[in-house]
Design a protein around this ligand. Sequence first.
Ligand code: GAR
Length: 312
Amino acid sequence: MAEKARVGVLISGRGSNMTALLYASRQPDCPYEIVLVAANDPDALGLKVAAAEGIATFGLGHKGMKRADYDRILDEQLRGAGVQYIALAGHMRLLSAEFVGKWEGRMVNIHPSLLPLYKGLDTHARALEAGDTVGGCSVHLVTVELDSGPVLGQMEVAVLVDDTAETLAARVLIAEHQLYPRVLAELVTRDATPEALLGKLREIALALPAAEEKLSHGTPAFAVAGGKMFGYFSDDHHGNGITALLVKTSGPEEQAMLIEAEPDFYFRPAYLGPSGWIGLRLDQGGVDWDHVGEWLLKSWRMAAPRKLADVI
Ligand code: GAR
């Protein structure tokens, strides 16, 4: 099995969804692991649970801090722990647009309603007030607008005639604990298929000026129109079990330095390695696509004719 995706969970209190994600991660074949639990309240009960379970924790109160400053510190903590995906689990503090942008596509939230119904707070009371016969919960990708990102999964919960907001919330919570681990597992698995990885690479590479896709020895590759190659997609090349992007470095020195610094991410590819190309592993769970994009641009610059390269 491929490396497990590294998940950071953000909580504000009890953390029962975090706990459900954690115990699910310990089931055989779960494709993710929890590597950090962070809370905007250092006394959050969930932090104690995580610490007792041997998970790294980070608690920092947000009162009196500027949102941007808080989010920068949080981002550093998450990256420092090698987090690839963020799961918001009862996290009641708004995140800045900048933070959300950095983690777009890799940050999910659980919300106690059948979205798009009842965004925000008091979801169960509002469902009862409206006379709904079913409530439920949703897991969605986080975008800048609150509770409005693409829904990845939902679970319905029947409403009982004598339900109160509290009794309904308690049953929805049980549903949340079933739904969240499954949807998170699906997301990290879906993102890691070679088809999904190639799709994402295409999107970035073909957005570069005069970029075109070619087939090179049967594998998809990217070239500057009429010119040189700047990227190769490599999937299980000669049965090496690796899915990667090959890009150009400035030469053997840079290549060796990078591999030494991050041997889990960079490798020296067969055939193209001696000419200074380097492999970036895409099969290690949650890929940092901004970073991959920077590499594609750098490689494109080396492949593009001067006149074109000077444009961007
Ligand atoms: C959960 O019901 C979650 O869906 C909800 O807070 C509760 C947290 O419980 N989240 C929201 O309302 C987000 N807008 P937990 O701390 O025990 O997981």
